[in-house]
Design a protein around this ligand. Structure first.
Ligand SMILES: O=C(O)c1cc(=O)[nH]c(=O)n1[C@@H]1O[C@H](COP(=O)(O)O)[C@@H](O)[C@H]1O
Length: 237
């Protein structure tokens, strides 16, 4: 279970993490908001507290630019990172090369790379009318997942609702990481394709990303524990 540290400043993010008695047990996501303020220093500050870091910068550019950015990300020793599958197979392969080379140069393990398929804020209607994608949304997600796998990536980000359809034909250890997690009857905010933590696990999700339901809770540590217990519930049945 991954907490999205969508905070405006590094100080806010570190204060949040320090509320937890064992930060070294946390897996946290640094996304664009926090990274654009805190840069590599916030990644290193979290790592020095023992936090496992998912650096989510959603790279989507020409292959050469993505490869160069990948070298910098690779050198950081983060556990996970992201690129957009819609950047194409050549771009995804370039990201992998860059991350592998950056990691080798600084003697750390290369980050596993996830491809963003269709954002969980995208509705089927927006996919059809704005992106002019003619196939149904689960089919588009499935196609991009297959492309990510053949490009050598380690997994995908999608809604948990699409995981079951993607599984056949993909490696057993392929990572299905699913944001858009909400408790039953909770507000969806800007998310469209949502699922509860326990339903996501049952649907085959390998990891959930949870932000506001934890970070904006009155008691974030209690909210984290509650969502974690729901996420683990299907395993205990
Ligand atoms: O790459 C992501 O993590 C991501 C992909 C996606 O399709 N949807 C999505 O919500 N996310 C991220 O997951 C987190 C979800 O946050 P909450 O909606 O606050 O739980 C945010 O940090 C998003 O950037």
């Amino acid at each position: 279970m991954i907490i999205a540290l969508d905070f405006p400043t590094p100080a806010d993010a570190l204060a949040f993490v320090r509320r937890f008695p064992h930060p070294e047990e946390l897996f946290c996501k640094v996304g664009m908001e926090l990274y654009y303020q805190g840069g590599t220093a916030i990644v290193q500050a979290l790592q020095s507290l023992g936090v496992r870091v998912f650096l989510d910068l959603k790279l989507h550019d020409i292959p050469n630019t993505v490869e160069s950015a990948g070298r910098i990300i690779g050198a950081l020793g983060v556990a996970l990172t992201t690129v957009h599958a819609q950047g194409g197979s050549v771009m995804m392969a370039a990201a992998k090369r860059g991350i592998r080379d950056g990691a080798a140069a600084s003697g750390v393990a290369p980050a596993k790379i996830l491809a963003i398929t269709q954002l969980t804020s995208t509705s089927p209607t927006a996919l059809r009318d704005e992106q002019q994608v003619a196939v149904p949304l689960p089919e588009s997600v499935n196609h991009l997942a297959q492309l990510a796998a053949t490009s050598g990536l380690d997994g995908v980000v999608s809604s948990a609702a699409e995981v079951a359809r993607m599984q056949p034909g993909l490696p057993d250890d392929f990572l299905f990481i699913t944001p858009g997690i909400r408790l039953a009857n909770a507000v969806h905010d800007d998310q469209v394709r949502v699922m509860t933590p326990d339903a996501a696990r049952r649907a085959g999700s390998r990891g959930i990303v949870v932000g506001r339901p934890i970070t904006q809770a009155a008691d974030p540590v209690a909210a984290y524990q509650h969502i974690k217990s729901l996420w683990e519930e299907p395993l205990n049945e």
